[in-house]
Write a protein that binds this ligand. Sequence first.
Ligand SMILES: [Zn+2]
Ligand SMILES: [Zn+2]
Length: 121
Amino acid sequence: MSTTEPSPTLRTATFTCVRCGLTVSALDPDGRGRDHCPSCLSSRHTVDRVDGGASDCGGRMVPISIAVPRSGAWVLIHRCTRCDELAEAAVAADDNHLVLMRIAVRPLADPPFPLDLFGEV
Ligand SMILES: [Zn+2]
Ligand SMILES: [Zn+2]
């Protein structure tokens, strides 16, 4: 929960998803700034995480993985389809649960080693 009140312009601001075209409010239900589409979880490369500040890339960022830091809250890992930069984004309360689960179980669905090994330990 954020204690700082978002500015009125940010509260009503929207952006259009670069992938599915959904009109997305710039704030999530908890009042935090949103950087990805809650429906398809795609994002746009507008922040330079390496050098800091704004990025002029503007490429589409696709969700490739879920990370779970010590805080326990899921973090979405995005990769830019244009410049390959990686970025992390906090998962919002209304992000598409089905898409999140699909990304989370993807490594388990196709492991690089046989899973039946676990039956022998
Ligand atoms: Zn979308
Ligand atoms: Zn990029």
